[in-house]
Design a protein around this ligand. Structure first.
Ligand code: 3BY
Ligand code: FES
Ligand code: FE
Length: 423
């Protein structure tokens, strides 16, 4: 436990924290920021891990990151190392990345390729389905290999997005409807024929909810994001009550072209707080993609796309992802909590598989705007956290016109925690 955790610790036990968390969420006014312990108390962070991150469906990566048998990526969901690997039959599976001998982490890299999974400690060897193949002769005759396969996590993919759930029973709800929509809306991108062009892993000293809250509003954009605002229109979706007539006209003109080309764009949302949401939003007039000048990011358009002006299809998946899918590249964002006041924000840029680096695209140009934007958001999140840690912090009001996305997020968070805590 570091000094910061100690200074913000209010509860002696996890049980007290669970009880108080329920009370705080029950009593909270919907249009106010949360009480400080929900952003900085280590026991409450543990409740977030148990009730959200170890239960809910989480976005982990894209199927095109692991195109061939034995390709894998790893993620750390709090203290839980997880491995996502492509099997010989083409399926994508998730396992707890912990050996059934004495528990060592098996894959130690962010990504890689293996024939079998070999634990680095005593070389127990598992196949791509997680079956234990080999444990040497040292385990004796009575050792039952079939009882020591890797533990599976739930894993689903749609439209190239991979989700895992560490729950014993995967959450149901309307997740499958969202996945069907993802399949439909991502079809033009032909994700299996894309490749990773750039990746950033940004460490942020802020609670994961502050990272999400920051992403859910553009009230801060004018003050902080000059590069992003070269191309982004700040309206949240096509029904945004603030959107002026010239935006609606611009949208109507673009949407007519998208309809003629069979590019899905209509706003769809699922779950409390519009937890899963897809909408294609126009970018500024004359802009192709979110580059520094709005010009192309990659000479090859994605999949079967013909029109370079597809705006950005925004995909939201609470608790941990937002995304911008454009005509010549797409960008996915993933948030994973580390501790009460630390998070990891991973950003990945994808282009057409046949695009050639240095010829069709320059990774530096591709990532310039969002590298700058992420860093600006990191500073905002860290300053927000520092102020919340003060004894002078008191929850403050959200603007219902500019921060309704934050209110939606907290509605989903609050409903989910309360539902899980009352089970
Ligand atoms: O563009 C995004 O992903 C979000 C939405 C609005 C502000 N923020 C930068
Ligand atoms: Fe994995 Fe011993 S801990 S082989
Ligand atoms: Fe921002």
């Amino acid at each position: 436990m570091n000094q910061n955790d100690l200074l913000n610790m209010r509860y002696a036990t996890i049980t007290e924290a669970r009880t108080d968390m329920y009370k705080m969420l029950e009593a909270r006014p919907a249009n106010y920021s949360l009480d400080a312990p929900l952003y900085n108390d280590p026991h409450m962070f543990r409740v977030d891990m148990e009730e959200i991150f170890q239960k809910e469906w989480l976005f982990v990566g894209m199927t095109s990151e692991i195109p061939k048998r034995g390709d894998y990526i790893t993620v750390e969901i709090g203290q839980n190392p997880v491995l996502i690997i492509r099997d010989a039959d083409g399926s994508v599976n998730a396992f707890h990345n912990t050996c059934r001998h004495r528990g060592s982490r098996i894959c130690t890299e962010h990504r890689g390729k293996v024939a079998n999974l070999v634990c680095p400690y005593h070389q127990w060897t598992y196949d791509l389905k997680g079956n234990l193949l080999f444990a040497g002769t040292e385990m004796g005759d009575s050792f039952e290999k079939q009882k020591h396969g890797l533990k599976k996590a739930h894993c689903k993919n749609a439209g190239g997005f991979i989700f895992v759930s560490l729950a014993e029973e995967a959450p149901q709800g309307d997740f499958d409807e969202f996945l069907a929509t993802l399949d439909e809306y991502m079809a033009p991108y032909d994700v299996e024929n894309t490749k990773l062009a750039a990746e950033s892993n940004m460490y942020e000293r802020a609670n994961w909810k502050l990272v999400l809250e920051n992403n859910r509003e553009c009230y801060h954009c004018a003050g902080s994001h000059p590069e992003l605002l070269n191309t982004l229109l700040e309206w949240d979706d096509t029904n945004d009550p603030r959107a002026p007539q010239d935006f609606l006209d611009h949208y109507a003109a673009q949407a007519a072209k998208w309809d003629a080309e069979g590019i899905p764009h209509e706003h769809k949302s699922y779950g409390p707080g519009r937890r899963n949401r897809i909408v294609r939003m126009p970018l500024k007039k004359g802009v192709k993609v979110m580059t520094i000048d709005g010009g192309e990011g990659c000479k090859k358009l994605m999949g079967n796309i013909q029109n370079p002006e597809l705006g950005s299809m925004r995909i939201l998946h609470l608790p941990n992802s937002w995304n911008h899918m454009q005509s010549d590249h797409f960008i996915v964002f993933r948030v994973l909590p580390i501790s009460a006041q630390e998070s990891m924000v991973t950003t990945k840029w994808f282009v057409h598989k046949d695009a050639v680096e240095g010829v069709d695209y320059d990774p530096e140009r591709l990532r310039q705007v969002w590298d700058a934007t992420n860093d600006q958001d990191r500073i905002l999140g860290e300053q927000n956290q520092l102020g919340i840690n003060s004894i002078g912090y008191q929850p403050g009001p959200y603007s219902e016109t500019y921060e309704f996305g934050v209110m939606n997020f907290l509605e989903w968070y609050s409903e989910t925690i309360k539902k899980n805590l009352s089970k």
